[in-house]
Design a protein. Structure first.
Lengths: 321, 343, 332
């Protein structure tokens, strides 16, 4: 596995996003820091409610509706500080520098408009030097779809989930972005189709030297396809490491818990062990470590929120141990 | 029962937060309850009457004319009594309600010809039969509200039953019933009302009955949709696999979840009822005279445009009532909006 | 031909033979049935007492249809179904009285399985009282014990479903199912919408309940890794048919059917030295099924023989429907 070098193409520093309700502001994410290097596939793993989707949308300058606020921190895309930009400047960046694909292919497309027309829409708002039709066909080839005319004439419901997700990937790459955010891109797909799509994403990364932020709840997916992994729990990054090191020895108790809880076909003798309890609600976040109620190794220092400890190998984790 | 789950309480508190709707609800309810006691507030009979040393309670008891120096055994005319010199001799007094007029009494002795303009005696004047307008508006309001409430309840009952059966059983039964409803709803209800009213008497209950034959149709469409939707939900499927009987599934599983259209539609049903009754009365096909009614007053207003207090006062009352009810309806709809539920 | 089960002496709890559930597709002016979606097309399986049997396949293979058919929600076109030795198919419906509530089903979506207007007490008590499992006096204690069995305190019975998370709701659904003292529970993807750490909790709970109550489970899932942790035996479904079956550990370590092997190889594991192998091609739609073996358009071993319909054959106590099954040796 070649090592990824270079200065980060996307830098998230201490990002905190909250929701403003009538009488109070609740912080949903707290001090998120991560960096995406050029050509890297960076995995962001977490279960529901950990804030990964909110974070991924924030990278594009999108805050939750209604009432989303930026509490602290910043997102730097190259030279641009995302949250200082105006809406039209952001719109220029979206699609061109940074692009996103989501979980449900059928929900991402307008069911009443043909595929070809939807793909052309991308060019309505962005000026480019190349010919739109040409570009569309090139990208359909890149994602492995050769029957151009049939596909461009079809409506979304006439195609399968796997094909549609490929088309969505093609759409997201029409403007040659440097970064692709893939938010649970294969969760709604069958495992055989998942393998196809993930293979495609890796191939595209290799060909285009693109960076990918891969968001998922599936550790095995990270193990197979990501270079680095950040683990999110209850609105915080609790561990950040290279995938190789992570798989050998996860540092944070939650990461350890996850590794114990998931079944994997290669671990034939492993008996899965669950993590007791549930994820705490944002409204109940306090001063103590957010994993304290579920952690088998909790001790009295854990009543104070641990900060992120950096190690020499470039990894970091948030624990007193 | 489970109807007042915390979800329902949450919706209720959301309704309360919509000030316009909540205050409208309070005002309208207060006025309605007040109107239920119309006889106590607005009556030409005194609460208490002292005549020649004895106490009488004409509001609650019948006294013949003879009792107070009259000749006959018919009920005493307290209006003429209070104006008569004989009564005003010392020692005699009567305690009258705040508005000492009855909606049915014609003040033919007043100066000029009816309708009489507003005066100190009659705050909103009199109508073309010299009856006090305020009294007629108040009693008319009560009749209006009672009519539309009862109508709404009956129509809702039918709507739930018929729409529910359609939605639950679906298939053939639904199609047949749907066609029948379409035919039924194309009947011009006004003619039916007129016909029935002419053949039978035009009483309160008959009018309600006839109108309720048509009022349920709108709600049944909603209920049909709700039942069709809910019967496919997993908890209904589970109830079926667990062998629960159809009656249980209909009434305990589906119905409590399908009541949202009932509640959101209720204020508008009431508005519809008020409008229907007023329209019928206006045309003369509604309640029998001399029943006090807004529609009848409106029609008088039209015929006596030079007596604007008739039309204006009625229109203002009608407008206010409908406006309050509309605000309530809006508020209910917003409170029940599933998209607005946070978390 | 009947499946081999590990205990030939004892009669199976469930015996299904050649079950067919077809959905007619009507079109044209007169609404005539043009063709059928053969969601379940000749499925045979056995479930023994106290056994956990998994049914795996990808979306559209018919596994949920099979689960719904076995619990009586869908009509049967043809086939036989024995429950505890008694024939349960009556014309084209399942005769519920044969089950006597000993077969229960739990569905995937925890958010629509509990009536939002009922408290947990009501949800659990309705069937108990109706089927006279308890009377009014004993039902509350019984419900408290059920909640205890699924790891919830008795106070929860006064709450409404919206107060609970997905995992907790599934526990309540499980409590509802075991309250009827069933011998079989059909679990239709019950953990698929839950978080990974919660999935593990539910799996542990099911295994515990199997120990305590001697339950048999038909565990319908698409996640092979999960299936290995819980099931004794495994059936693999593809486009309405069972393509392979056998002991779970055997099937997963040495698959005989090319589809099973492709499925196993597609699953990402924690072992970075073994990346998933991509199976190309798409699942054919039900209206466009190939003649013969339904897997042929994606199968690397396809030959002309595959234009005929393969039948299940026995290979060393395992069953596979393929003209060119992989042998145990060909794996290494």
């Amino acid at each position: 596995m070649k090592s990824i070098q270079g200065s980060p193409i996307l830098l998230v520093e201490d990002l905190s996003i909250g929701i403003k309700k009538s009488d109070q502001t609740i912080a949903l994410t707290d001090g998120i820091s991560l960096q995406l290097l050029p050509g890297e596939i960076h995995g962001l793993i977490g279960e529901s409610g950990c804030g990964k989707s909110i974070t991924s949308l924030a990278l594009m300058g999108l805050l939750p509706e209604p009432g989303g606020v930026l509490l602290s921190g910043r997102v730097k895309l190259g030279e641009n500080d995302i949250f200082t930009l105006q809406e039209d400047q952001l719109n220029q960046l979206r699609g061109k520098k940074i692009s996103m694909i989501f979980q449900e292919p059928f929900a991402a497309m307008n069911p009443l408009i043909r595929i070809g027309d939807q793909m052309l829409e991308v060019f309505e708002y962005h000026q480019t030097e190349f010919d739109p039709d040409q570009k569309i066909r090139e990208l359909l080839n890149e994602v492995g779809l050769t029957d151009h005319s049939r596909i461009l004439q079809s409506y979304p419901h006439e195609l399968s989930g796997g094909m549609l997700q490929r088309i969505i990937i093609a759409m997201s790459l029409l403007l040659d972005p440097d970064i692709l955010i893939a938010d649970e891109p294969t969760t709604a797909l069958d495992v055989t189709v998942q393998a196809q799509i993930m293979n495609l994403i890796v191939r595209l990364r290799n060909q285009r030297k693109m960076s990918v932020l891969l968001i998922s709840h599936n550790i095995s997916l990270m193990a197979q396809y990501a270079d680095r992994i950040s683990v999110m729990y209850a609105g915080q990054i609790v561990e950040d490491n290279s995938v190789d090191n992570f798989l050998k020895s996860p540092k944070h108790p939650y990461s350890l818990g996850l590794m114990e809880a998931i079944p994997s076909l290669d671990r034939t003798d492993h008996k899965i062990k669950s993590i007791p309890g549930q994820v705490p609600e944002p409204a109940s976040f306090g001063e103590e470590c957010r994993f304290i109620d579920r952690c088998s190794k909790a001790f009295d220092r854990c009543k104070v929120m641990p900060s992120s400890k950096k190690s020499e190998d470039g990894s970091s984790y948030r624990c007193h141990l | 029962m489970a109807v007042f789950s915390s979800l329902t309480l949450d919706r209720f508190s959301r309704f309360r937060k919509i000030k316009r709707a909540w205050y409208s609800f309070l005002i309208l309810s207060f006025l309605f309850v007040l109107s239920l006691f119309s006889e106590l507030i607005c009556n030409d009979r005194p609460y208490v009457l002292s005549y020649e040393g004895e106490l009488y309670f004409p509001m609650f008891q019948f006294y013949p004319e003879k009792e107070f120096g009259g000749k006959y055994l018919t009920e005493a005319d307290y209006v003429s009594l209070r104006n008569s010199d004989d009564f005003q001799k010392e020692g005699n007094w009567m305690l009258l309600p705040p508005i000492p007029h009855s909606p049915l009494h014609s003040y033919i002795d007043l100066e000029g010809s009816p309708p009489h303009p507003p005066s100190a005696e009659h705050l909103l004047g009199t109508d073309s039969s010299a009856r006090d307008v305020f009294a007629r508006l108040l009693y008319g309001f009560r009749i209006c509200m009672l009519f539309s409430l009862i109508l709404a309840v009956i129509a809702t009952g039918f709507g739930i039953l018929i729409g529910g059966v359609q939605g639950y059983f679906a298939g053939w039964l639904d199609i047949v019933m749907q066609r029948m409803i379409e035919i039924w709803s194309s009947l011009p209800f006004l003619y039916v009302v007129i016909l029935v009213g002419t053949i039978y008497s035009r009483s309160f209950m008959i009018l309600i009955l006839v109108l309720s034959l048509f009022q349920w149709i709108g709600l049944s469409y909603y209920m049909r949709g709700e039942f069709l939707k809910i019967r496919n939900l997993n908890y209904v499927k589970v109830a079926r696999t667990m062998g629960m009987p159809s009656m249980h599934i209909l009434f305990r599983q589906i119905l409590p979840n399908g009541l949202t259209p009932v509640i959101t539609l209720l204020p508008f049903q009431i508005i519809g009822g008020i409008a229907a009754l007023t329209a019928l009365d206006f045309l003369g096909f509604g309640l029998q005279p001399p029943t006090p009614s807004w529609g009848e007053l409106l029609s008088q207003g039209l015929n006596h445009l030079f007596a604007p207090w008739l039309a204006i006062s009625t229109v203002v009352c009608l407008f206010t009532t409908l406006l309050l009810a509309t605000f309530i309806g809006e508020g209910v709809r917003e409170a029940f909006d599933p998209r607005a539920s946070s978390n | 031909m009947s499946s081999v089960n590990s205990n030939k002496m004892v009669e199976s709890l469930v015996k299904v033979r050649d079950l067919q559930t077809w959905f007619p597709v009507k079109s044209g002016l007169l609404g005539r049935t043009r063709h059928y979606i053969k969601a379940v097309d000749g499925v045979s399986l056995d479930i023994n007492h106290g056994e956990i049997v998994a049914l795996v396949g990808e979306s559209g293979c018919g596994k949920s249809t099979l689960g719904n058919t076995l619990s009586g929600l869908l009509p049967i076109r043809s086939g036989q179904f024995w429950f505890k030795g008694k024939q349960a198919v009556n014309k084209n419906h399942l005769d519920h009285s044969v089950f006597e509530n000993k077969s229960q089903i739990i569905f995937q979506d925890p958010y629509s399985c509990l009536n939002p207007k009922h408290t947990v007490y009501e949800i659990l008590s309705f069937p108990l009282l109706h089927h006279k499992i308890c009377d009014r006096r004993s039902v509350k204690d019984y419900i408290a014990s059920l909640l205890g069995k699924v790891g919830m305190p008795p106070e929860y019975m006064d709450r409404y479903p919206h107060a609970f998370s997905g995992g907790q709701r599934q526990r309540i659904s499980i409590a509802r199912a075991i309250g009827m003292k069933p011998e079989l529970i059909i679990c239709d993807e019950i953990v698929s919408s839950l978080d990974v750490s919660i999935q593990a909790q539910i799996i542990e709970l099911l295994l515990e309940l199997r120990e305590q109550l001697g339950l048999a489970l038909l565990f319908i899932a698409h996640d092979l890794s999960l299936v290995r942790t819980i099931s004794d035996r495994l059936y693999v479904m593809y486009l309405g048919k069972i393509v392979e079956s056998g002991k779970t550990t055997d099937v997963l370590s040495d698959p005989l059917h090319p589809y099973t092997r492709a499925l196993i190889q597609s699953v990402p594991t924690l072992d970075r030295t073994k990346p998933p192998v991509v199976l190309e091609g798409e699942v054919p739609s039900f209206s466009n099924m190939p003649k013969g073996c339904s897997f042929q358009n994606r199968c690397p071993n396809r030959t002309e023989a595959c234009l005929l319909q393969p039948q299940p054959s026995l290979q060393q106590e395992r069953e596979v429907s393929c003209f060119h099954p992989l042998t145990i040796d060909s794996q290494k």
